[in-house]
Structure formats: structure tokens, C-alpha cells
Design a protein around this ligand. Structure first.
Ligand code: GAR
Length: 189
């Protein structure tokens, strides 16, 4: 029998995608193990893994700090858990060559838009500003660009009349949570 896929998850915010992964694992819908959760700040989403006894770490990038040093330090923290797959689930920092040299090809990210449209940190706001009627989410393999890596899976989400950034982002996240679980399941096969 295959062993559960060993994951390290990186977050910056609420961690609702991480929570969806943990719930899918608990429900027996995903054969995976979250070995550790890392963040670049004191993210609210760290509370849940901490409460479950999952190790957490915070690797901050202070303003003006050498990014390659931070990158190596983050890679060292992740490597200590020997993951099969690293999942960026709302991690709002770009990693560099040092990190990708070690985890390239097994580092995936989820983005709240249909890439290559609306890359970057404000995908939902940018989609609303552009007036699109359909947006969605993308799970992709991280490369050195900004949200440019090979696309693994996408799902559309309709923009509703009267949507604001929060309402649209929440509907996208409902789809993202499911999509991320599905991609990890398929990656593990
Ligand atoms: C998700 O929508 C994810 O796609 C987005 O942050 C949210 C995290 O939600 N990531 C990006 O925008 C990366 N460019 P969560 O903290 O509730 O899991």
C-alpha cells in the first residue's frame, strides 16, 4: 500500500484551504499527512495545526533583508520534514531559486483566478476591476515567475451582480478548497 503523501503547507492568512486539507485527511478522503505548517508571519491559520499538535514555524522576511538568505532558511525549515510535496495555500511570498532548486517540481500553489489572467497578490480585486463575468481558481506548479508555472487544474466561478472582493473571494475559495484536495489526491497516485 502506498504511504500517505507527506505534505508541508505554507500559509500567510486565515488558513481555510489548509483547514480543508486537514478535514479531508481526517475524513479519510485524502491519503496524506501534514507534517508541518510554515508561515511568513504570525498567521491566524497557524492556530488550527497548533491545536492538533502539528509542528508550525514562522520564517519572517524583514524589510530590507537579503531575500536569498530568507529563501534558504525557508527551504531548510521545509526540508527538515522531508516532504513529498510542498503546498502553498495562501502563502503570499514569492520564493526564489534557492527554494526551487530543492523543491521545484513538487511545490504547488493555488491562486484565486484563472491564470494566466490576473496573476499577483490582488487577483480577485483585479478580476472585478476588469469587469469579467467569469473568474475562478488555478492550482499550478510553482516556477520562478509570478504565477507563471505549469497549470495543473482550474475551475471557473461566475461573478455575480453586486459581488465585492470579499463575497467573490469566498465563493472562489469554496471551489479552491475542493480543487486543492483533488489535485493532491491525483498527485499522490
Ligand atoms: C486563497 O484564495 C489563495 O488562492 C490566495 O489566498 C487565499 C488563501 O485563503 N492566494 C493568493 O492570492 C496567492 N497569490 P485562506 O488563508 O483562507 O486559506
Amino acid at each position: 500500500m502506498l504511504r500517505p503523501t507527506r505534505l508541508v503547507v505554507l500559509i500567510s492568512g486565515q488558513g481555510s484551504l489548509l483547514a480543508a486539507l486537514l478535514e479531508a485527511i481526517e475524513a479519510g478522503q485524502l491519503e496524506a499527512q501534514v507534517l508541518a505548517v510554515g508561515a511568513d508571519r504570525a498567521a491566524a491559520g497557524l492556530a488550527r495545526p497548533k491545536a492538533q499538535g502539528i509542528p508550525t514555524f514562522v520564517q519572517r522576511l524583514p524589510t530590507g533583508a537579503d531575500r536569498s538568505v530568507w529563501d534558504q532558511a525557508l527551504a531548510d525549515q521545509v526540508a527538515a520534514y522531508q516532504p513529498d510535496l510542498v503546498v502553498s495555500a495562501g502563502f503570499m511570498k514569492l520564493v526564489g531559486k534557492g527554494f526551487l532548486d530543492r523543491f521545484g517540481g513538487r511545490f504547488i500553489n493555488t491562486h484565486p483566478a484563472l491564470l494566466p489572467s490576473f496573476p499577483g497578490a490582488h487577483a480577485v480585486r483585479d478580476a472585478l476591476a476588469a469587469g469579467v463575468k467569469v473568474t475562478g481558481c488555478t492550482v499550478f506548479q510553482v516556477d520562478q515567475g509570478v504565477d507563471t508555472g505549469p497549470i495543473i487544474a482550474q475551475e471557473p466561478v461566475l461573478v455575480a451582480a453586486g459581488d465585492d472582493e470579499d463575497s467573490l473571494h469566498e465563493r472562489i475559495k469554496q471551489v479552491e478548497r475542493r480543487l486543492l484536495v483533488r489535485v493532491i489526491k491525483e498527485w499522490s497516485k
